[in-house]
Design a protein around this ligand. Sequence first.
Ligand SMILES: Cc1cc2nc3c(=O)[nH]c(=O)nc-3n(C[C@H](O)[C@H](O)[C@H](O)COP(=O)(O)OP(=O)(O)OC[C@H]3O[C@@H](n4cnc5c(N)ncnc54)[C@H](O)[C@@H]3O)c2cc1C
Length: 456
Amino acid sequence: MGAIPDHPSLHRIPPGYRTKLSSKAIEIIARVHDWVENECIPADHIVKAQLEKNRWAMPPYIKELRKKAKAAGLFNLFLPNHFKESPGLTILEYSCCCELLGRVYWAPMTLNCHAPETGNIELLAKYCTEEQKKKWMQPLLEGEWSSAYSMTEPDVAASDATNIACRIRREGNEYVINGRKLYGNWMANEDVKFYILMGCSDPDNPDPWRRHSTVIVPRDTPGLKMVRHMTIMGYDCAPEGHGEYLYENVRIPVENIILGEGRAFEIAQGRLGPGRIHHCMRLLGQAERAYEHALIRATDVRKKPRGKLIGEFDSNIERLATMRMEIDALRLVVLNAAETMDLLGNVAGRYAIAQSKIMVPLGVTKIIDECMQMFGGQGLTQHTFLPEAWTYARFVRIADGPDAAHRHQVGRDQLKTAAQVRMKHLGYKKRYHQLAKEWGVPATERFEYVERLEKL
Ligand SMILES: Cc1cc2nc3c(=O)[nH]c(=O)nc-3n(C[C@H](O)[C@H](O)[C@H](O)COP(=O)(O)OP(=O)(O)OC[C@H]3O[C@@H](n4cnc5c(N)ncnc54)[C@H](O)[C@@H]3O)c2cc1C
């Protein structure tokens, strides 16, 4: 292995992981770094000013960058190896790009690497027929269209998707859809061309995991109505946005079903693994940028409460140390999840993915909160990016499944290991009694927390 090049894009990647990056990946990561630093961070307010003129269209600056990125071979970096257009990055390598892109909320869009597009493209690639791919996926890959994923509903608990009630009923050569959906990109943005909808097609199936199907609903299908735009903690999330939708006798051709009736859970599972990791790495990018704000404030000579720099107070020195260590520790958690998926696949990576999904949004929310605290009043205003970064971290605690549900799953899986642990401790007890006898030491109540030896 040759020497690892010294580029700022690599400085935060732990050495053990750096050695696992191909030279091609190192080059791409460096280019993404320079792209974000030169084209995105300085242009944040240009994009915001353009959005003020039209909330529901992609700002011209982003459009221009998308053209440049395509020409420069930086489009669709997330694509897994089996795509002919894939740049060939592993999940671990692409995660390193995600952290850099995460420094600016809209930067992933400039490379067509933003949610929900990435998850939707992967879904379509994995589960659609060639004909479906040509019709629905290709325009997304080209960056000509955008799409939405529509699962959540206002009247059921979507964190347990077996509850999804939106009805899909077959009538001849059509499916007829009736129900109400929350979320899914806001249709006022004309780029949104279709909804990937999960609904209930077979409510009486005794197997709750086979009751649901996934279908493609084109945006202009009669009966699909925008009920209202939804803000997230006061943000309208332009130019994509989130909406509430009503499906009233929406008719789509049967060929718009993905994979077949009753297959929605296979599809949903396949979609989410890498997407969760992308969110987590982007959040670490936000945490790093927030941390830079805290460092700047800590050393700002204009700000001297009680005649001292903010960074001269012990409490803030400790805050900076704690935040640094937390960001670096969380990065290890996500890189481990990415590598586990690369090595063993998404199913075997379930625990590591959940660990990231639980720990990172919560940890980053706290870190950004502390950065705001150090920054003072301005840190809560539009003078900094901190409020929008905090909001992103906060919403990822719920989007793609609430962290409570993941904790529940991890805890239940852990409980399943208890029997084996108990047997191990019974083994300690047995050996202890043998040793006590051998060495003439009276046996005490040690190991009495496990059952009697007779049970062994
Ligand atoms: C910004 C944002 C974007 C989103 N984008 C999309 C999108 O594009 N498409 C889409 O379909 N949906 C989207 N969602 C919706 C999101 O996926 C759901 O909100 C989420 O899955 C939770 O479902 P729910 O809101 O029905 O909450 P519920 O299922 O009703 O859960 C409510 C709360 O109950 C608790 N809870 C749930 N399960 C457990 C458990 N097992 N153990 C302990 N506590 C538990 C949790 O605290 C949870 O937050 C988005 C959400 C946000 C915030």
